[in-house]
Design a protein. Structure first.
Length: 198
């Protein structure tokens, strides 16, 4: 049975996003803790620049105010583009939001998780190769963006041997997906890990 708050969420099989503003849902975990799941519009999915700026600002302020954050990047077959051109634009935006950290001052995308939607099961094994091919075919500007390259490498690593592919979910698959998303690293200091959205 769906969580009552999830009834406010919309889904669509079309290429156009139905998420127009940030929707947050508090969910109790099996361990008794509370996790806030936030559904946000994709960059470029909203109606106009003003709305995108407002949503982007609200999203980053919410992230920076959290105790810890696990970003989940949802990629649809239609929204990625055949040559990953749509994904490239989105990744350039995201790399500007993630603060450089560590001794080397580089972007660390390790806490990110990636979920692929609107893909047929037969494409699951091809995702890894598609991103490996992208890494070999970077444009000069993409190659110079170290954060962009770091994200592509991170996606390659996390689509091998299998990707989080969203098919029509039954209860067992839903639990498996949520469990896999809860694992791994999180941004433990979001207030310093993310830049202000401008």
């Amino acid at each position: 049975m769906a969580h009552p708050s999830l009834l406010k969420a919309e889904t669509s099989s079309s290429t156009r996003s139905v998420t127009k503003s940030i929707l947050s849902i508090d969910v109790e975990t099996e361990e008794g803790g509370i996790v806030t799941i936030a559904d946000t519009p994709g960059f470029g999915d909203t109606d106009g620049v003003e709305t995108e700026i407002a949503n982007g600002y609200g999203m980053v302020m919410a992230i920076r105010g959290a105790n810890r954050v696990k970003p989940v990047f949802t990629l649809s077959r239609n929204g990625v583009g055949d040559r990953l051109e749509v994904l490239s634009q989105t990744l350039h935006t995201i790399t500007r939001l993630v603060t450089r950290s560590g001794d080397d001052g580089k972007v660390d995308p390790t806490p990110f998780a990636y979920v692929f939607t609107k893909y047929d099961l037969k494409y699951k094994c091809h995702l890894h190769e598609k991103f490996k091919r992208k890494l070999k075919e970077l444009t000069d500007s993409e190659r110079e963006d170290e954060g962009f390259v770091a994200f592509i490498r991170d996606i390659i690593e996390k689509t091998d041997p299998k990707a989080n592919l969203v098919l029509p979910l039954n209860e067992e698959n839903r639990s498996t997906l949520l469990s896999s998303l809860m694992e791994g690293e999180w941004y433990k200091h979001p207030s310093t890990s993310f830049s202000k959205y401008t």
